[in-house]
Design a protein around this ligand. Structure first.
Ligand code: ASP
Length: 439
């Protein structure tokens, strides 16, 4: 059994957190490869080391004073080293970083030092090998990620290594220029290591016990999701539920390696298992509910629209030419409605309306803003009758007017559109009917 374990910033924010992590790793010898993030927030209002590094480098780039900030960053690490009683000094490393900041080594280089230094501490604390991600995670000349080369470098390098720490978030080009993934990218690094060593499991340790059925800022103490498929996760993440970096899914999914989201502060919790497929029936008909607001709908009406060949294409072309992405497109016999993000649409609104008039000469166009979309997602819906009925009766009981309904052909989700001010109540009503009352 081989496991790759990734720990997020809050799991490594202080010596106390490091100790919890150490205990988790030592408890299971299968946890052989460790991917750490940079130290995150120790308390609400604290600053992540990654953000401190970005700020510090910004000052260096403008030839402003940056040593003071760099010393504060050094102090964060020193506190961890002291708290762990390690015989380790980062003085030399900070000397090199200072020189490289003066030479303007780049924003990515600066940010990457957060995980690099945390990796050095982690390796010393666990007595594992330290492997610099710059040597094994490869980016192309143009800055895009090179998956084939990375997989080869990583698997060759780790082949005979029993235990190692590989810092997350960054890699390098052939010429050693450091490149980072986007924010939260240590999740991606963990996934790449799991693929390279063909791990049995990729454990992603964070500060929540997995995915929750609904957003805890909307529903009080929502239950967590035990097992979720990659497809369900995609639907929920698309609608705003976020715990894991989106790009972390592809490498492990391809290799059939499950991801287990776990809580460093509650290691006894099983967390959420993300799998390709499962015969395990979910506890509830639905796996999760997620939603986002800030949508606008554009309804286009024209008599006999249905017999006008190419009508939809012409309308869609207007959006394409204006580079607006379409989120949903429910249609009637003589109407079609297009949902778009308000912030993208607003600026180009008049251009698009004029474009539609010109392209299809509609009888009427109606705009409605401040809409929210809610996705009710679950593999269990396919085999359960009456899910849609329950959704609409729950919303009707809560006096919520449904503006749009869209059921994906996979029967994996049903999307409803509601007014922005009814958004939270709608989610609560849905949670209640599917999870609390479970009728
Ligand atoms: N430390 C980086 C960030 O704050 C990457 C990560 O934590 O995954 O985004």
């Amino acid at each position: 059994m081989k496991k790759v374990v990734k720990f997020g910033g809050s799991s490594l924010a202080s010596a106390e957190q490091f100790k919890k992590v150490g205990e988790i790793i030592r408890q299971d010898p299968a946890r052989r490869y460790v991917v750490p993030s940079a130290p995150g927030k120790r308390f609400a209002g604290d600053t992540k080391v990654t953000d401190m590094l970005y700020n510090c480098y910004e000052a260096a780039e403008k030839d402003e004073e940056f040593i003071n900030l760099l010393e504060q960053i050094h102090a964060r690490y020193q506190e961890i080293i002291d708290g762990l009683n390690l015989d380790l000094s980062l003085d030399e490393e900070f000397g090199i970083i200072e020189e490289n900041f003066e030479k303007k080594a780049g924003r990515d280089y600066a940010a990457s030092r957060g995980e690099y230094l945390n990796g050095i501490i982690m390796a010393a604390y666990l007595d594992f090998d330290f492997i610099d991600a710059a040597e094994v995670i490869r980016f192309n000349e143009d800055g895009t990620f090179n998956d084939e080369k990375t997989n080869r470098l990583l698997s060759d390098r780790l082949l005979n290594v029993e235990n190692a720490v590989i810092p997350g978030f960054y890699g390098a080009k052939e010429d050693s220029t450091v490149v980072t993934f986007s924010r939260g990218g240590s999740d991606v690094s963990g996934s790449l290591v799991a693929l390279a060593v063909t791990a049995d499991l990729y454990e992603n340790w964070t500060d929540v016990s997995g995915f929750l059925i609904a957003d805890p800022r909307i529903v009080k103490n929502p239950k967590s999701i035990e097992t979720i498929t990659y497809k369900e996760l995609r639907e929920l993440s698309y609608m705003g539920a976020s715990v894991l970096h989106e790009d972390a899914i592809f490498p492990v999914r391809k290799a059939g390696i499950p991801i287990n989201i776990r809580n460093t502060n509650a290691p006894q919790d099983k967390g959420t298992l993300i799998v390709e497929g499962t015969c395990r029936q979910p506890k509830y008909t639905i796996t999760g509910i997620a939603g986002t607001d800030g949508f606008v709908s554009i309804t286009i009406e024209k008599a006999m629209m249905n017999s006008e060949i190419g009508f939809c294409r012409k309308v869609l072309q207007v959006f394409e030419e204006n580079e607006i992405s379409i989120e949903h497109m429910p249609s009637g016999i003589d109407t079609m409605t297009i949902f778009v993000h308000k912030n993208e649409f607003e600026e180009k609104e008049q251009q698009i309306l004029a474009g539609i008039h010109k392209a299809v000469d509609p009888d009427h166009i109606e705009l409605e803003s401040d809409l929210a979309l809610i996705a009710v997602v679950g593999r269990g819906m396919r085999s359960t009758r009456g899910t849609a009925g329950r959704i609409f009766s729950a919303l009707a009981h809560a006096h919520i007017n449904v503006k749009m309904i869209d059921q994906g052909s996979s029967e994996l989700n049903i999307i409803v559109g509601v007014r922005h001010d009814e958004f939270k109540n709608a989610i609560r009503a849905l949670y209640e009917i599917f999870v609390l009352t479970q009728i």
